[in-house]
Design a protein around this ligand. Structure first.
Ligand code: ADP
Ligand code: G6P
Length: 472
């Protein structure tokens, strides 16, 4: 078994198996913010990624991807049901996102969560060379830092939560809250997207575990655990380069022609998730058409919603509701050859996404709650000519970094309609000023600067940092 000096541990590997048009099985990058963030980073260092390949049964042996070793963790059908679909995505996910859907609690799911976390910790322990840095990702694996420390006290362990960390009033609902907090505290550094999340965590540790904690450090069992905010980002330069490629520019023009060259194209790109505010957005858009403020001939909405977590009940209900609503709106307001909404559920490669971003005058990113939202950042990075408008929910982590966006409360339908109209009617100078400021921010705060600041805080010797990230 080859061991690495850097091991990333995440529930999902950065690739998914899918069926190619000729029927063959092929691997492609999995949609989702975590993979988008870490994938470009690891291409620069000999690292191992420990994760699940998406199926059940024995783990497939996968070849290295861009020099990164893929160490697959096998999950049984029961593990997938009770850990991934259960505790991770029907208990923690809704609870951490303001309980916009009701979190479900089952004792059997907790047992699976412990069992699967143990398996990931063992796989990480196997893959890490002596003294290695192990970077554990996200809500599926909150017990791994503690379990791994027991197995391998020589490691430097980091934990980063990509999703929001809820206020104490919500977290206190969790039947196994103390164990979850203790698991995270196995890390040397616990990172969050926002300072408020670090504050929530410190308050909970103090209250539930009765341990002195402030928003920067916690002392526990003779160790110091540091905590902090590290807003995740994207490979800004890569997206800008893609968006400037002649074939992508031509594709964007072609897409616009195919839409009938309308005056305005509004675009949304989401995983099909109830946190993304898709239903509220569709309602606002259809009311604007019904009120006569928007004409289907002039303005079209392209909604990309790639299906996600399809066996979880709340996701099935959402997909049915969204598809019914899209059908209703198109039936009521569309004309032959002129639907009001172009609805796509396919995964796209990066070049096609870049072409969509370049084509759209307005990007509507209106989640009810989102840890960061990388789609918003990708859109900004793709607007290399400083055109376009970003409509952004106040409840996305990215809103704190992009105040020049058209910020909106997605729960306020009238407000949503007003801001959408404002963005549609904004003058070019206003839009250019906003976009330029947002692009300047993202050129300084990209995925490399995120990794640099996290790893510098985790690995004070700096040796790993020099190898992992390009000079800033
Ligand atoms: P989340 O992490 O909740 O999925 P983010 O907006 O942070 O939300 O990240 C989503 C990521 O998935 C982005 O990098 C985006 O480009 C990618 N993505 C979203 N939809 C698709 C799609 N249809 N095809 C391919 N990638 C997608
Ligand atoms: C979010 C989560 C990630 C997750 C991704 C896709 O970005 O923070 O941990 O991988 O969604 O979700 P999935 O359930 O398909 O892995």
């Amino acid at each position: 078994m080859r061991q690495s000096s850097l091991v990333v541990v995440a529930n999902r590997l950065p690739i998914d198996d899918s069926v190619a048009p000729d029927g063959a099985c092929e691997w492609r990058r999995s949609p989702g913010g975590l993979v988008s963030a870490l994938h470009p980073l690891l291409r620069q260092t000999p690292a191992t990624w420990v994760g699940w390949a998406g199926g059940t049964g024995p783990a497939p042996a996968l070849a290295d991807v861009d020099g990164v070793r893929m160490h697959t963790v096998p999950l049984t059908a029961e593990d997938v049901r009770d850990h991934y679909e259960g505790f991770a995505n029907a208990t923690l996910w809704p609870l951490y996102h303001d309980a916009v859907e009701q979190p479900v609690y089952h004792r059997r799911w907790w047992e699976a969560y412990q069992r699967v976390n143990q398996r990931f910790a063992e796989a990480a322990a196997e893959a890490a060379e002596p003294g290695a840095v192990v970077w554990v990702q996200d809500y599926h694996l909150q017990l791994v830092p503690g379990l791994l420390r027991e197995l391998r006290p020589d490691l430097r362990i980091g934990f980063f939560l990509h999703v929001p960390f809820p206020p104490p009033e919500l977290f206190m609902q969790l039947p196994r809250r103390a164990e979850l907090l203790r698991g995270m505290l196995g890390a040397d550094l616990v990172g969050f997207q926002r300072a408020q999340a670090a504050h929530n965590f410190a308050q909970l540790v103090a209250h539930v575990l009765d341990v002195p904690a402030d928003d920067r450090r916690i002392s526990l069992d003779g160790r110091e655990v540091r905590i902090g905010a590290f807003p995740v980002s994207i490979d800004t330069a890569e997206m800008a380069a893609l968006a400037t490629r002649p074939d992508v520019v031509a594709r964007a023009a072609r897409l616009r022609r195919d839409l009938g060259n309308p005056a305005h194209v509004i675009l949304s790109v989401d995983r099909m998730d109830y946190t993304k505010g898709i239903e509220q957005r569709l309602k606002a858009y259809s009311e604007l058409i019904a009120d006569g403020h928007v004409k289907v001939r002039d303005t079209v909405l392209v909604q990309v919603a790639v299906p996600s977590r399809e066996r979880v009940g709340q996701y099935q209900v959402l997909r049915d509701r969204v598809e019914r609503e899209v059908g209703r709106i198109n039936g009521e307001f569309g004309r032959v050859g002129e639907p009001a909404i172009h609805y796509l559920t396919q995964p796209f490669d990066r070049a096609e996404l870049a072409a969509l971003y370049r084509m759209a005058d307005i990007m509507a990113v209106t989640p009810l709650r989102d840890g960061m939202n990388l789609v918003a950042k990708e859109y900004v990075a793709a607007r290399v000519d400083d055109t376009g408008a970003l409509l952004l929910s106040e409840f996305a982590g990215s809103a704190a970094e992009l105040p020049e966006a058209f910020l909106v409360n997605p729960h306020d339908l009238d407000g949503l309609k007003l801001i959408l109209m404002e963005a549609l009617q904004a003058d070019r100078t206003d839009l250019t000023g906003r976009m330029r400021a947002m692009r300047a921010h993202l050129s300084r705060h990209d995925i490399h600067s995120w990794a640099r600041s996290y790893l510098a805080a985790l690995d004070s010797s700096g040796s790993l940092l020099n190898r992992v990230v390009s000079p800033g």
